[in-house]
Design a protein around this ligand. Structure first.
Ligand code: C2O
Ligand code: CU
Length: 467
């Protein structure tokens, strides 16, 4: 489904003069825990339309912006007030395995009425996020996510120039309310995943943000869409990339190709210096016409001065892969609509047409659909691992590795990835082969899955172990 503005014009888009979420400050429990409660709440997703019942952290989607300084300990008491089990995963944060929030792999799912204490040290500064990790397609799809900002321990952009933008697409009914009835739609599972027809930023529709001309801003974009790869063109307003998936680039890089693709779960930190008198917008480009989902009003007459100084982000201490001694693990992705279904097994049995529909499994890694008993591979701690991913399907996928950042060392496409940036999620196109490399330096059992959440549920999930 393309973003269909026309469809929504019928509803009459009010001039949404909303503001962007200010960093959320919260009270800690007496024992130093920040309380995050998952529960239902009413929230309007479309201007002047009735509220929808969402699943939220502390009453809003996105949940509170958690800010913590690099190297500090983050203590979160997750309290589950939903009717079904849940957990929180700290996406992209290289934390101790027991805190990774994956039911069935790193912890027991937190039952309704129960709580779980997350307590970990955050190793890397940057832009991260947290989200539910039990039936994520359903729980994240209904609003269980929030930003996690790990601040640099040195001065960088101040609060006014450091802006978090949590971007979600929602599938709305004609009433402007959340389309609950189509959750779990099989067509979505076997095709592109659940795509929405409306975009919110920090839970608001087409908000407007005021920036000062000539000043340098850090915009932290977080794609929390279930499956949509956002097609953006920030090069139109001269944005440069500061960081990808939390990890800074050696220096800000100008965007070379449009559209810029921000896949599900990916983050990009943009450096933007507005020009006097030139308002601009962030637009999504997949529809017939560009869809401006965030407007920037530029005030003041300041000009950028080369001496004003753009803060430099220092690299985080990630272990550099040793390419010469790496072990290679091929991962062939098959299945999906218009794809190869033969030879897929699920729970030890061959997956036929019928069982495929019944079990809702449509995709496979190395011929196996969904979290197998047996790990994909075991690595010795400190070993460099290559995963050679082959996308033998008709669809792009947003591949995510838990507990580690990796470098893309070989890819058939060109572009920014030639600089081999660190990532925790990358987009692999149909027919493409990509080699990623990382040092398996975080002991435990880690998930590897497509972050198009319907794909993950429909087979694209496996795990590996570091011992
Ligand atoms: Cu952001 Cu396994 O997930
Ligand atoms: Cu996928």
């Amino acid at each position: 489904m393309k973003l269909n503005r026309r469809h929504f014009c019928r509803l009459g888009v009010g001039a949404a003069a909303a503001t962007v979420l200010a960093p959320y400050r919260f009270a800690l429990a007496k024992d130093g825990y920040l309380e995050i409660r998952a529960g239902k709440a009413e929230q309007s997703l479309y201007p002047d339309s009735p509220a929808s019942t969402l699943w939220t952290y502390n009453g809003t989607a996105p949940g509170p912006e958690i800010r913590v300084r690099q190297g500090e300990r983050l203590k979160v008491r997750f309290i589950n007030e939903l009717d079904e089990p849940s957990s929180i995963h700290w996406h992209g944060v290289r934390i101790a395995n027991a805190m990774d929030g994956v039911p069935g792999l790193t912890q027991k799912a937190v039952q309704p009425g129960e709580s779980f204490d997350y307590d970990f040290v955050v190793p890397d500064a940057g832009t991260y996020w947290y989200h539910a990790h039990n039936k994520s397609w359903n729980q994240v799809g209904r609003g269980l996510y929030g930003p996690l900002i790990i601040e640099e321990p040195y001065p960088t952009f101040d609060a006014e120039h450091d802006i978090t933008l949590v971007i979600d697409d929602w599938r709305l009914l004609d009433t402007g309310q959340f389309d609950e009835g189509s959750m779990g739609n099989m067509m979505d599972w076997s095709h592109a995943g659940r795509l929405g027809n409306w975009i919110t930023v920090n839970g608001e529709s087409q908000p407007e943000l005021e920036l000062k001309a000539g000043e340098a801003y850090r915009l932290r974009l977080i794609n929390v869409c279930n499956a949509r790869t956002l097609q953006l063109d920030p090069s139109r307003f001269g944005a440069r990339i500061l960081a990808l998936d939390g990890q800074p680039l050696p220096e800000p890089v100008a965007l070379s190709h449009a559209p810029y693709l921000l896949a599900s779960a990916q983050r990009v930190d943009l450096l933007v210096i507005p020009k006097a008198g030139q308002d601009f917008a962030l637009e999504e480009l997949s529809g017939n016409r560009p869809f401006p989902f965030l407007n920037f009003r530029v005030s003041g007459t300041g000009a950028a001065s080369p001496s004003s100084g753009i803060p430099t982000l220092k690299p985080n201490a990630l272990a550099e892969p040793e390419l010469a001694s790496a072990t290679v693990h091929p991962l062939i992705i098959t299945g999906g609509a218009m794809g190869r279904f033969d030879g897929i097994t699920y729970q030890g049995k061959p997956l036929g047409r019928e069982s495929m529909m019944q079990s809702r499994q449509f995709w496979a890694f190395n011929g196996v659909a969904n979290l197998p008993e047996q790990q994909f591979f075991t690595a010795k701690r400190g070993e460099t691992v290559f995963i050679d991913m082959v996308n033998d399907t008709a669809w792009p996928h947003a591949m995510h590795v838990h507990g580690h950042h990796f470098r893309i060392v070989e890819k058939e496409a060109s572009g920014l990835d030639e600089s081999q940036p660190w990532r925790d999620t990358f987009l692999i196109d149909p027919g493409q082969t990509t080699r990623i490399a990382f040092v398996a330096d975080n002991p435990g059992k880690w998930l590897l899955h497509c972050h198009m959440l319907e794909h993950a549920a429909a087979g694209m999930t496996t795990w590996f172990e570091v011992v």
